[in-house]
Every structure is written in structure tokens, then in C-alpha cells.
Design a binder for this molecule. Sequence first.
Ligand code: ZN
Length: 236
Amino acid sequence: MRVLVLTGAGVSAESGIPTFRGKDGYWRNLDPAKLATPEAFARDPKLVWEWYRERRQRIRSARPNAAHAAIAKLAQHADEFLLVTQNVDDLHARSGLRADKMVQIHGDIFVTRCSRCDFGFTEGMEEQQEIPKCTRCAALMRPGVVWFGEQLPWKELQRVENYLDRGACDLVIVAGTTATFGYIVDWALRASPERFRGELIEVNPEETPLSEFATQRIHESAAVALPKIVDQVITS
Ligand SMILES: [Zn+2]
């Protein structure tokens, strides 16, 4: 069994990590969609860092939920498996999913990297207070996430492309994402071509651009739906 799973903010929201959308996402009355941009960082790097440091702390105190656990379990039972997540937190990893079975296509919030050269590292528990500078080139360091208007990381993109090139998937699950980014829909459809007749399951309380292509639509939250789906797949 060859499996592709695509996850988004909805899966982390159930662990108490607010999405960017809606009132809950606001921080100090600021819209996070406007903080997560290269322009915001250029204008006020201190403010952007403060927001990311709070977000890191929030993620550290969060726990993976039943959706994360179900996905990790599915990975163990599949012959070939790849998770592509838009989430920058570490909840999939903390639920036991191995790094080689996962692509964080929007980056990793715990990485601090240079805004100019390729220097970077993963942060430990201690958050610094000042704005970090690169020890190699002295440029400002930034969070290792993909901001609005930026390109997806090349290496991660290649891993997704390679997995898709190796063949169609028997099972594609898209959970907790409104699939507003065209590439999410594109990857789901490429992994599950119509002539191949694999399953394309969408888990989302809302309608999305992908809904019309799904072979199964489940209008439940990921933490409720995914454990049931995975148990069904494993026993069948
Ligand atoms: Zn540098």
C-alpha cells in the first residue's frame, strides 16, 4: 500500500495551536498573515521575532492529538508513506513519525536561519531575547519558515516530486487544510489519478477546492475522523 497524507493548520488547531485565520489567530491585535511576510520582517524584525518566540513556546507546551497519532500509525502499516504537512510545528514528529517519512513544506518554526546565507540551526528550549545575527555573515537571523510571498524550499519540493514520480497512491488523505494553495490540490490529484482509482479522502468540516475530486468526504475534525479511517484501512 502506497500512501500520501497532506495536513494543514486544522490538525494543529485541535492541539490548541491557533490558525492564522479568524479572530483567534490575532496577536496583540495584529493579523498574523501580515506578520508572516518578508516585508514585516524588514520593517520590524523585533516584533516578528517576538511573535514567533511566543508561538514556539505555545507549540512546546502543546501535545500531539489523536490525528497525529493516527497518521503515525498509518505510516507504520503502509509499504510506502509520505506526509506533506503545511504545519511548521513539531507535533507530527513528536507523535512518532520519522523525519524521512515527512516533508514540512512550509518550513520548521524551531529552525533559526540566516536571512542572507545558508547558515542555520535548530533552537533548543532557551529562547534568546535579542534579534540574533548570523555568526558567518552578520546578517539578521530569521525563523526557518516560509513566509507569504516566498518560494517553497527546493529540497523539500524535490522530495515531494520524487515521491509522486515513483507512482500513484492507493490512498491519499487530505486533512485539516482548506487547500487554498494550488500545489496542495495539484499534489493530491497527481497522487490519485482518476484512471488509477485510488481513494482520495478529504477530512474537513468545510467545503474546499478539493472536495469535488474526493472519493470520500468526511465533514468531521481530523482528531475525530482520522483514527476511524486508519483503523478501517489497517483492518481491511
Ligand atoms: Zn549568514
